[in-house]
Ligand binder design. Structure first.
Ligand SMILES: Cc1cc2nc3c(=O)[nH]c(=O)nc-3n(C[C@H](O)[C@H](O)[C@H](O)COP(=O)(O)OP(=O)(O)OC[C@H]3O[C@@H](n4cnc5c(N)ncnc54)[C@H](O)[C@@H]3O)c2cc1C
Length: 361
């Protein structure tokens, strides 16, 4: 049977699963997507719907290794993906530009290395004088910035909804159930769903984020992950005014926190600073105060919404985990950061893996 005549089953409809489903369908594959959250995606509580959508691929301290390659590939693919998805949805929001801030010497050295190694014309150093022109102002303890126009921010909910809606239009098979068990029988995977129903599929891609309990326990090197929390805030400036962000160059990143101006007087702060699977009471305070160094407007902003998500972090290996663990079974997880950024390169990797492996059987 030709590979494109078979159904590829994706488990998990977070950023990884939804984008992969969309990509495979657009490449001519038949796709089945399984996730209980598909009953009501608007209320999904996965990490993907807690993300701030920062796509920071060019500003990265390494210039080799798999993570760097995935970033580079995603930076190249995102404009094509945006153009494709924009042609079938009117609601996509992309905000170009990221300013990465340094508040100590080691972060400044890091900026210099990125600048030296990247050799990209659209990564520019911002000195303190240039930062002083920002209004609303940034903390006086920030030493310098690195601005990249190639990086940016995409509204995560809108892009994920767009992947889903376009996949539905193109006939994706949706099953709003939890997968309970996977069993390999005669070259095929048998999927047992929570409702008692069972299905078969030659190809399974597990995109279940922090829950990989359905993986069969034998036959491959065990995959270990831990769950860690992340939190986001929607805030409103204390003194509303017309077009307050007009001299900001885009979103801001500092010490694993993102600040995204989203509308006239509102902004998001997203943070991946947690180390445990719960939000510590002091980290919310840290987010707003930054150890007391935050500017007054940030400290006095009103919190409109506060939400969180559980991320999956690989243990004893680098993030992410992209692995063919058994015949016809691919795991794409461990995106404790950057799952949205890396979605295009991940989808491309999975499709190549399926195509190459299937021909070699
Ligand atoms: C606060 C915060 C801010 C972030 N900011 C950014 C950012 O700016 N940019 C960026 O790129 N990344 C960001 N991230 C990281 C990003 O959210 C993750 O990398 C990404 O969401 C991982 O997506 P995923 O699809 O792999 O996992 P998830 O989003 O966890 O999705 C997994 C899905 O699998 C389903 N599932 C689990 N088990 C089963 C089962 N047995 N059967 C069926 N379905 C199952 C779940 O219901 C869920 O829908 C942020 C994360 C957080 C928490």
């Amino acid at each position: 049977m030709r590979i494109k005549d078979q159904v590829i089953t994706i488990i998990g409809a977070g950023a990884t699963g939804l984008s992969l489903a969309w990509y495979l369908q657009n490449s001519g594959y038949s796709v089945r997507l399984i996730d209980p959250q598909l009953k009501n995606l608007a209320k999904a509580e996965s990490a993907s719907f807690a993300a701030t959508g920062i796509l920071m691929g060019s500003i990265y301290k390494n210039t080799r290794g798999r993570s760097w390659q995935l970033r580079q590939r995603s930076v190249a693919l995102w404009p094509q993906w945006r153009a494709l998805i924009q042609s079938c949805t009117k609601d996509l929001i992309y905000r170009p530009g990221i300013l990465f801030l340094a508040s100590n010497i080691s972060e400044q050295n890091w900026q210099s290395q990125i600048l030296l190694k990247s050799r990209k014309a659209d990564i520019i150093k911002w000195n303190r004088k240039k930062l002083d022109a920002l209004d609303p102002e940034i903390s006086s303890s920030i030493l310098s910035g690195l601005f990249s126009l190639e990086d940016g921010q995409i509204d995560p909910k809108r892009i994920l909804d767009s992947f889903y809606e376009d996949s539905l239009r193109k006939g994706i098979d949706i099953i709003s159930r939890r997968l309970k068990r996977l069993i390999y029988v005669k070259d095929t995977w048998q999927l047992e769903l929570e409702c008692g129903e069972s299905l078969n599929s030659r190809w399974i891609v597990l995109c279940t984020g922090s829950d990989i309990s359905v993986l069969p326990s034998k036959g491959y090197h065990p995959i270990l992950t831990q769950r860690i929390a992340g939190q986001s805030l929607q805030l409103m400036l204390p003194h509303p005014r017309e077009n307050p962000w007009k001299c900001w160059p885009g979103s801001i990143n500092w010490k694993s926190n993102n600040l995204v101006p989203i509308s006239n007087n509102e902004y998001w702060i997203g943070s991946t600073i947690e180390k445990d699977n719960f939000i510590k009471s002091d980290t919310l305070n840290t987010l707003i105060n930054r150890h007391g160094i935050a500017p007054e407007w940030l400290k006095k902003s009103k919190i409109i919404k506060h939400w969180q998500g559980l991320r999956s972090r690989p243990i004893y290996r680098p993030s992410p985990i992209l692995q063919l663990v058994a015949p016809g079974l691919i795991v794409a997880t461990g995106f404790y950061r950057n799952g949205i950024l890396l979605a295009p390169a991940t989808a491309e990797w999975v499709m190549k893996c399926i195509t190459i492996t299937d021909h070699s059987y």
